[in-house]
Ligand binder design. Structure first.
Ligand code: ZN
Length: 290
């Protein structure tokens, strides 16, 4: 059986996990999501333990969309170090602050040299950039295109219930961004805020052809048939299982995804192969030995 990859998780350094109050004062979005001490923050060790008990072999880890480039850099260093120590089980995406301009492009380059598999999860609301003014993000995008790194964006629904962290990165805004940067490979998190449903429109399908969707936090947003529906719309090669751990428990979520009735081929893609392709994840030592 092929490895299961969770394509969307978040980890923090022990310093942030233990000292969250200090960071609440330094970042508005972090305050919104994590001022509540019951909102879970986890380290790489916590994630690996959860993966072990869920039967998840590998994970793509993100940090947090900090507004301050200095905190982004520190977080990237923690991710690089954690992944290096994970024996190939964890790969990471770099967080950069697009508002920093050229410095953000330089951080993408630094992160790539440290082994990052992509950039993200960037968040237009948290980091105060405008998806409909793509020039804001040019240094980041151009560096991603040069280095062939995918960019993972937080995305959200223009309709439905409101929740902490929902934001305004809706499909119309994502489309404006996509048309400005046709060469960029994009991962639209959280089912792209519903963008795959609009892919029934040919011009939207054309603009989104280079987008891959992940299922982060799915159960807070959609019923489980969303897996069947989106796979039917865009194909399993553009859909990735991602929990948004610790937002969702990996064991329970994986069990339920396995229960939605995907074919063996669809499961293999969604539970690992798509992520392997998108993030160019090399075989881990365990996989190479198998
Ligand atoms: Zn996320």
């Amino acid at each position: 059986m092929t490895s299961v990859i969770d394509a969307h998780t978040h980890i923090f350094s022990p310093e942030v996990v233990r000292g969250r109050e200090a960071f609440v004062g330094r970042d508005l979005w972090f305050e919104q999501l994590y001022a509540d001490p019951k909102a879970l923050l986890v380290t790489a060790e916590d994630l690996l333990r959860s993966m072990d008990s869920a039967g998840i072999d590998r994970a793509v880890v993100c940090g947090f969309p900090w507004h301050d480039p200095g905190i982004c850099r520190e977080h990237n260093d923690y991710l690089a170090e954690s992944c290096r120590a994970s024996n190939g089980r964890l790969v990471w995406l770099a967080t950069v602050a697009p508002a920093e301009g050229a410095g953000a492009g330089a951080e993408v380059q630094r992160a790539a040299a440290l082994g990052a598999s992509g950039v993200g999860e960037l968040n237009a609301d948290a980091q105060r950039f405008d998806l409909t003014r793509p020039a804001d993000v040019s240094p980041v995008v151009e560096t991603c295109v040069d280095l062939d790194l995918p960019l993972m964006l937080h995305a959200t629904e223009p309709v439905g219930h409101s929740y902490r962290g929902k934001g305004t990165a809706t499909p119309d805004r994502l489309l404006a961004f996509l048309s400005a940067y046709p060469e960029l490979r994009v991962v639209a998190a959280h089912w792209g805020g519903g963008l795959p449903f609009y892919e029934l429109m040919p011009e939207v399908a054309a603009a989104a052809a280079r987008v891959t969707y992940d299922s982060a936090a799915s159960t807070y947003l959609y019923r489980f048939p969303v897996f069947r529906t989106v796979i039917d719309l865009v194909g399993p090669q553009r859909v990735m299982f991602g929990s948004d751990f610790p937002v969702l428990r990996q064991d329970r979520f994986l069990r339920r995804v396995r229960g939605v009735g995907l074919s063996a081929e669809e499961s293999a893609a969604v539970l690992g192969e798509t992520a392997r392709q998108v993030y160019r994840i090399p075989p881990s030592p365990a996989e190479a030995a198998a």
